[in-house]
Design a protein around this ligand. Sequence first.
Ligand SMILES: CC(C)(COP(=O)(O)OP(=O)(O)OC[C@H]1O[C@@H](n2cnc3c(N)ncnc32)[C@H](O)[C@@H]1OP(=O)(O)O)[C@@H](O)C(=O)NCCC(=O)NCCS
Length: 404
Amino acid sequence: MADAYIYDAVRTPRGKGKPDGSLHEITPVQLGAQVLNAIVERNNISDDNAPDDAIFGCVMPVGEQGSNIARTAVLMSDLPQTTAGVHVNRFCASALEATNMAAAKVMTGEADLTIAGGVESMSRVPMGADGGALMSDPHVTFHNYVVPQGISADIIATKYGISREDADLYAVESHKRSAKSWERGDFNNQIIPVKDVIGLNVLDKDETIRPTTDMQAMGSLGPAFLGLGEMMPGFDKVALQRYPELEKINHIHTAGNSSGIVDGAAAILIGSKEAGEKLGLKPRARIKAMASCGSEPTIMLTGPEFVTEKVLARSGMSKSDIDRWELNEAFASVVLRYMQAMDLDHSEINVNGGAIAMGHPMGATGAMILGTALGEMERSNKETGLVTLCIGGGMGTATIIERV
Ligand SMILES: CC(C)(COP(=O)(O)OP(=O)(O)OC[C@H]1O[C@@H](n2cnc3c(N)ncnc32)[C@H](O)[C@@H]1OP(=O)(O)O)[C@@H](O)C(=O)NCCC(=O)NCCS
C-alpha cells in the first residue's frame, strides 16, 4: 500500500450562520470554489498535474448545496475539468470522511493527488432542509428511540454526571483558547479570506468568538433543548424509555455551550510521495490510520470514544502515542464525556479552542479541525495527532496523522 501525505490544509473563516452573518451573501459553491482556488495557487497546481478528484462533505445537500456540490465547485474553480468531484455525507464528520476517502484512494493507487474537504452554508441551507426518514419517519424514529442531537447531548450530561457549571466552564475556555490562537497567529497559514463577486474581502476572521465571555454571561442563558424535551410527544420521554435508569433529563446545554451555527468551507491536499515531488512540495504529515464506527443512536454522540479505540487498535498505537487530541466541540458534554472515558486532561485536547467558540459548519468541520490539529502539531513540535467527531445517527469517525 502506498502512503498518503497531507501537503496543504486551508479553510475560510467561519461566519455567523444567520442572514446578518458576513458570509450569508456568498453561495456555498463560491465558498467551495474559493478554498479549491487557494489549494491550486499555493501548490503550483496546473492542468498537467491536476488532482484526480475533489471529495467534499456537505450535510444538507439540497437546493444550492444539491446535485454534487464538489463537482459544481470544481467547475467554478481554477481547477481543470479533468478533476472529478464527489459529494459525501457522514453528517458532522463528512469532511473527515472525505479526507479518509481521499487518503484511501491514494493508498490503493486509484488516485495520485486528491483534494478532500467540505462546505456548509448554514445560513442559506438550514439544518433539516434535506428531510430524510431518520428524523421524520415514525417507523424509523419509534424503532430506534430517535431524539434531536441537543437532547442526546443532555442525555450524555445526565448519564455521566456533567453539570451545567462543568459545561459552561468548558465553553468559556473554548472562547479564550480560540481568541488566544487568533492573537498568536496560529491560524494564519490556514485562513483564506472570503471575497465577494467583485473581489472585496468580506471576512478574514472567525466571527463568533467572544473573547471576554465569562461564567456570568454563560449562566444567564436559558436551556436550549428543554422545550424539545418537554413538547408533545416529548423527546425526554423517548430518551427515558431508552435510558430507564435516569430519573429525568438535565437540560444543561444552552446557546453558549453548544457549537455555533456558521458558514464556511475547507480543503486539504492529499497525495502520494511522487505526486508531491512532481509539484515540488514537502509533505507535512502522513495519514497513518482511519476508522468509522456505529454506536447507540439515542445517546448518539458517544461514537468518538469507540472509534478512538478502533483506530488506535488498527494502527497498533496506544493512547500514550498521541500527542494532540482534537474532538469537535459539538456540545460541551460530548468533549467532557470523551475526556472522562479517555482519561484526558483539558490541556491535551482542543488546545486551540473549537466549535463552541468558532462554530461548526457541518460539512466542512472535519477538514477544519484536521487542519487545526496539524497546525498545532507543527507549532508545538509534536509528532502525532488524533482527530475525531461525533456524528448524527450514532457514529464516530477518526483519523490519526503523524508529521514527517
Ligand atoms: C443551541 C442553539 C439552538 C442556539 O441557537 P440560537 O438561539 O440561534 O443561538 P444564538 O447564537 O442566536 O444565541 C442565542 C442568544 O445567546 C447569546 N449567546 C450565545 N453565546 C453566548 C455567550 N457565550 N455569552 C453571552 N451570550 C451568548 C446570543 O447573543 C443570543 O442572544 P440574543 O438572542 O440576545 O441575540 C444552536 O446554536 C444549535 O442548535 N447549536 C447546535 C448545532 C448543531 O446541532 N449542529 C449539528 C450537530 S453538532
